[in-house]
Design a protein around this ligand. Sequence first.
Ligand code: NAD
Length: 356
Amino acid sequence: MKKHILVIPGDGIGQEVTTWGKAVLEKIGQQGGHEFTFDEALMGHAAIEATGTPLPDETLEKAKASDAILFGAIGHIKYDNDPTAKVRPEQGLLKIRKELGLYANLRPIMLFDELLGASSLKPEILKGTDILFFRELTGDVYFGEKKRSDDRNTASDLMIYHRYEVERIARKAFEAAQARTKRLCSVDKANVLEASRLWREVVQELAKEYPDVETEHMFIDNAAMQLVKNPKKFDVVLTANLFGDILTDEASQIAGSMGMLASASVGDGTGFFEPIHGSAHDIAGQDKANPLASILSVALMFEISFGLKEEAARITSAIDKVLKDGYRTADIADAATDKSKILGTTAMGQKVLEYL
Ligand code: NAD
């Protein structure tokens, strides 16, 4: 198979972790059967510094021309502390999602048994958890009208959903549920929000087309609580952009760390694969970032965009063996970890290549 992949490292640890995602792609390519070619492009703070805009036209053109995109993360501390900045790194990410029509963000909560002790939750609560989140990605308060009054003392963000937006992601989630354990939980806040009432109405209508799927509706506040109380209760979780953003960060604690969770954004255009974490200023440039989420994003790329299930399994199995042999980055180490096996970003990336 011949595929052209655009690598967008972005900012902070995004640049460090995508090095290893790309290295894994190269390794699988060298192992035979596939030819992967690469290009690189700017986004976020790095793009603002170089071109004055967070998503240069050149990046968008390269993205549209590629078979898949491997992305790191965007963000810089200077914007986090300056809410008045008009040009911001995250505008690049929101725009590329919209331009490529990437309306469905799939976030599997994959739990390696070896990391049961790395989570802040009890192992007996976690063991056996396997959740697939469908987070809507191109609607909600992220894209609704934003307003600030003339005196700057009042602000609002419009939470807006159209029927077709709910329907297209709900279909993907129902289809995934059919291929899994046939359970779907749709999370909203329909007791308070009109946008959520539309969401629930559309999901209830669609559920009639999937009678083999057991459909449940849950309010976001309850879902946030149930997720840590009894995560095994969930299989496919379908939710809106804002709720999905928050709920999946919470769910990252099931997998042990933000550094373990990968995601796939799919829809009309080129598939976009990225860790769920941000640019992590607190550890950027210190060789501390866990590269496994970026490497797992490549496994998702193989499975979802290229249909290469065997290669995807080879990657997760290499990571599993690395963990079984006791190697950890600091974020997934616990009291029982052999200190000599706590690795930095580079050593962990190399270890995965070695096991591959
Ligand atoms: P973050 O995800 O960057 O970091 C949260 C915490 O998790 C930090 O303590 C960090 O050290 C840790 N962490 C994250 N990834 C890790 C990894 N691979 N290995 C080890 N530890 C890891 O979130 P934040 O601190 O809220 O935001 C930092 C910046 O990232 C902000 O500018 C924000 O806007 C941006 N951001 C970008 C994205 C994205 O690009 N998709 C997502 C979230 C936040």
